[in-house]
Design a protein around this ligand. Structure first.
Ligand SMILES: Nc1ncnc2c1ncn2[C@@H]1O[C@H](COP(=O)(O)OP(=O)(O)O)[C@@H](O)[C@H]1O
Ligand SMILES: [Mg+2]
Length: 257
């Protein structure tokens, strides 16, 4: 359903992604991994319309998304979690989610200055429940813990009715316990919501535990795609990334010696 065909993007002389072809089947749970600077975020930016590939196609439900605006891509159903802890810092969880639901329904990004309808609030409550945040609906976003703010970012994406949900390092900056709580929720969401999920993640324990398919980027090129067992056993991946004394994860951040 979402298929990248020979996507390339250079910044000056730097080939940030080179001829990357990946298929994300409907309903699949995918991880994208690779060292810092491998081109993972650049790949997402080309899917969401933030960047236009120099060449290649982003096929989604039979249409090429290349050249469309971010808004148009979102409306088509490919949505990225916001990555802004507490997008509406002074609104409560309920108000934030309801505003996003309303903006989606109006087909507009203008999320301010509207009174969410009752039904938007109902949908907001459903989303909070999906994320296990129903007891925090009344909490002002900026007062939430870091982990809950990241969950709310995912909730805001869900409010836009995605078919494909993209998450760039959803567990960044979290301690181990918080990270697992987050990822368990993402996994439960995937199981219950018929979503296609693609997430970028440095924590290999998480990736190997939950991803159906893992795609490895290295210097902008796709090194391998496969199951956890296949990726663990892939010598090229071991040499380039997993090896490795030069790659560890500490506090959710990749540390290179
Ligand atoms: N807008 C940009 N302009 C110039 N160089 C960029 C830009 N975005 C990313 N890069 C470079 O492209 C490479 C890939 O970056 P990125 O996709 O952020 O990697 P990753 O997410 O895998 O860490 C890096 O060398 C980065 O510095
Ligand atoms: Mg990145």
């Amino acid at each position: 359903m979402l298929e990248l065909q020979n996507i390339s993007k250079s910044f000056g002389g730097l080939k940030a992604t080179q001829n990357v072809s990946v298929n994300f089947p409907e309903g699949s749970l995918n991880a994208v991994i690779g060292p810092n600077g491998a081109g993972k975020t650049t790949l997402f930016n080309q899917i969401t319309g933030r960047l236009t590939p120099d060449s290649g196609k982003v096929m989604f439900d039979g249409q090429n998304l290349v050249g469309r605006s971010s808004l148009s891509v979102t409306r088509a159903g490919v949505v990225r979690a916001f990555q802004v802890a507490a997008l509406f810092p002074t609104l409560t969880v309920r108000e934030s989610l309801a505003a996003a639901v309303t903006s989606r329904r109006k087909g507009s990004w203008e999320m301010f200055g509207r009174f969410p309808s009752l039904t938007a609030e109902k949908r907001a409550e459903e989303i909070a429940e999906m994320l296990g945040m129903e007891d925090r609906l009344h909490v002002v976003s900026k007062e939430l813990s870091h982990g809950d703010q990241k969950l709310l970012d995912i909730g805001l994406a869900l409010a836009l009715d995605p078919k494909v949900l993209l998450m760039d390092e959803p567990t960044a900056g979290m301690g181990p316990d918080e990270r697992w709580r987050m990822i368990d929720k993402v996994h439960a969401l995937w199981k219950s919501q018929n979503l296609t999920i693609v997430f970028i993640e440095h924590d290999m324990d998480i990736v190997f535990k939950i991803a159906q398919t893992i795609h490895v980027l290295c210097y902008g090129a796709l090194l391998a795609s496969g199951t956890a067992d296949e990726i663990r056993a892939n010598q090229e991946v071991i040499d380039a990334y997993l090896g490795s004394d030069h790659h560890t994860v500490r506090d959710g951040k990749e540390v290179r010696a």
